[in-house]
Each structure stands twice: as structure tokens, then as C-alpha cells.
Design a protein around this ligand. Structure first.
Ligand SMILES: NC(=O)c1ccc[n+]([C@@H]2O[C@H](COP(=O)([O-])OP(=O)(O)OC[C@H]3O[C@@H](n4cnc5c(N)ncnc54)[C@H](OP(=O)(O)O)[C@@H]3O)[C@@H](O)[C@H]2O)c1
Length: 269
């Protein structure tokens, strides 16, 4: 499948994985629509792509607002006359144990990570149907099983799996490709923040170890998922190992998480 001339909307694409996906698909010749809420970061990202040799359309807006999603789709259509692919990439992380978590954190995460994927999908689907295109969801290994210290996030990513499964069956006859990409721990940008249990934002440390993939790995996996119209993609060898370990020896995964929980509790003392 050639991406040249096709229009791709990528939500939450002013940094991190979304930006890497925008770059990868832009280099394939697709018309790219990037998105984020912060105007300055959005404009700087559009300039970045211009310097890389291709122009993108930038849409400032919040995907948790259905009207904003409608405007996003409208802009893409006005600019390029068609929409072929939607990549639901917006996703916010959360830290903290359930009993300490402010209910507002649950609301924010479900709103961003679940409804923030549902609304753009509803708006873009008629156009994607016309072109027999793709709807992709960016999920996480946290979508395979609940892990400690991150319950709202795990819930949100699991919800994406069921939404994608329903959508896949419902749209199969219409020729829409639905894909979900499970991403492991990925090197983050310097400005990445996650929600703390009390509702405050914490800057995430740049993790860099052999267990960490690059945003480009995910961008490559997304490109392959689109080209092969695959439903389920697990990024990287480590991600696949984790998936199989969870399938074959869930008790072992639970044991390692219980040990990890003690370490977290110790660090919080
Ligand atoms: N990084 C990892 O280790 C990792 C691992 C597994 C899965 N993932 C998944 O991969 C995806 C991308 O993660 P990331 O780490 O690259 O994210 P990130 O660096 O935090 O970037 C988030 C992007 O989304 C935008 N955004 C956030 N909320 C938004 C909203 N309501 N409406 C519109 N834009 C919004 C942000 O810009 P503004 O703030 O300006 O809006 C930014 O462009 C997420 O779905 C995440 O769950 C990441």
C-alpha cells in the first residue's frame, strides 16, 4: 500500500511517539495533519517538519472535545479533500496506587485516553469508509493486564482494545482497517508529563535502558500495521516476550509486579 497522496490525521503529534509517526508517514509522501493543544509547541513542530522537507497542516485543539474533533476533520478535508487514515495517539500516563488516587485523575485519564480516541474516530469514520482506509489506536503493554501504580492508565488502554475489537467487526464489510498497536516503554521527550495520584503533573524522567524502545520503533510498527492492514501489533521483541509471558505464566508476571510494588512503596516512604 502506497501512502503518497493519502491524508493522515495523527492526534497528539507535537512530541514523542505521535511526532515520530508524523515524520515517518510524512517521509512516505502522505499528507500529514498534526494536532496538539499548545499553540507554541504545535507551531514549532510544524516548523520542524518544514525544515525536514515537508509541509504539514497543524490543528490546535483538544480531542476530548467533540466539536474540536469535528473541526479537525473539517480542516483535513478542506486542505486535502480526503481522509484515509486516523491515528489515535493521544494518551496520558498516571502514577499512584488506587487508594490514593483522586477521582478526578480517573476522569481525566478516561476522558483523554478513551473518549479522546472515540470522538476523532466518530468524526473521521465516514471519510475513512469512503476510502477504505485505516483507524489505528496507540495502546500500551499496560493494555494487556492491570499493573500496580497505574490503574487509570491500564483501564484506559484496555478499554481501547474492546473499542477496537467492536469497531473491527462492525466495519469489516465496509472495508475499513482497524489496528491497535501495543507499545512498550519508550524513550520520551524532555517535556513529557504524567498525572500524579493527587492530580498534580509530574515531569517524567528520561528513561534510557535496554528495556526502552525508541519512538521511531513505534512509528515503524505503525507504518507496517497500515501497510499490512494488521489488527494487533506488539512493538519490539521485549513487548512480544512480555505478551507471551503474561499468556503462559501470568502468576510469574504477578509475582514480579508484587515485588516491584514493594520497591515503589519503599521509595515513597
Ligand atoms: N512513552 C511511552 O513510554 C509509551 C509507552 C506505551 C504507550 N505509549 C502511548 O503512546 C502514545 C503517545 O505517548 P507519548 O509518550 O509519545 O506522549 P507525550 O510525549 O506525552 O505526547 C503527548 C502528545 O499529545 C498531545 N495531547 C495530550 N492531550 C491532548 C488532548 N487532550 N488533545 C490533543 N492533544 C493532546 C500533547 O500536546 P499538548 O499537551 O500540547 O496537547 C502531545 O503532543 C500514548 O497513547 C501513550 O499512552 C507511550
Amino acid at each position: 500500500m502506497k501512502l503518497k497522496g493519502k491524508t493522515v490525521i495523527i492526534t497528539g503529534s507535537t512530541m514523542g511517539i505521535g511526532k515520530a509517526i508524523a515524520y515517518r508517514l510524512g517521509m512516505e509522501g502522505a499528507n500529514i495533519v498534526i494536532n496538539g493543544r499548545n499553540a507554541e509547541t504545535l507551531s514549532a513542530t510544524a516548523d520542524y517538519f518544514m525544515n525536514q522537507g515537508f509541509e504539514v497542516t497543524a490543528f490546535q485543539g483538544d480531542v476530548t472535545n467533540p466539536e474540536s474533533c469535528s473541526a479537525l476533520v473539517k480542516l483535513a478535508l478542506e486542505r486535502y479533500g480526503r481522509i484515509d487514515i486516523l491515528i489515535n495517539n493521544v494518551g496520558v500516563g498516571a502514577r499512584g496506587f488506587v487508594e490514593n488516587t483522586n477521582p478526578e485523575v480517573f476522569r481525566y485519564i478516561i476522558n483523554s485516553n478513551v473518549l479522546g480516541a472515540v470522538y476523532p474516530t466518530l468524526e473521521a469514520m465516514p471519510q475513512i469508509k469512503l476510502n477504505k482506509g485505516s483507524v489505528i489506536f496507540i495502546s500500551s503493554l499496560a493494555g494487556f493486564r492491570g499493573i500496580p501504580n497505574s490503574a487509570p492508565y491500564c483501564m484506559s488502554k484496555m478499554a481501547l482494545t474492546s473499542f477496537a475489537e467492536s469497531l473491527k467487526v462492525e466495519t469489516a464489510d465496509a472495508g475499513i482497517h482497524v489496528g491497535i498497536v501495543y507499545v512498550g516503554m519508550t524513550k520520551n521527550g524532555p517535556d513529557k508529563k504524567v498525572l500524579n495520584a493527587d492530580g498534580s503533573w509530574i515531569k517524567l524522567q528520561q528513561h534510557d535502558s535496554i528495556f526502552v524502545d525508541s519512538p521511531e520503533d513505534t512509528a515503524h510498527a505503525v507504518l507496517e500495521a497500515i501497510k499490512h492492514r494488521s489488527f494487533k501489533t506488539i512493538v519490539g521483541i521485549k513487548g512480544k516476550l512480555y505478551y507471551w509471558l503474561q499468556m503462559l505464566a501470568p502468576w510469574f508476571v504477578e509475582y514480579t509486579f508484587r515485588r516491584r510494588m514493594s520497591t515503589i512503596m519503599e521509595a515513597q516512604k
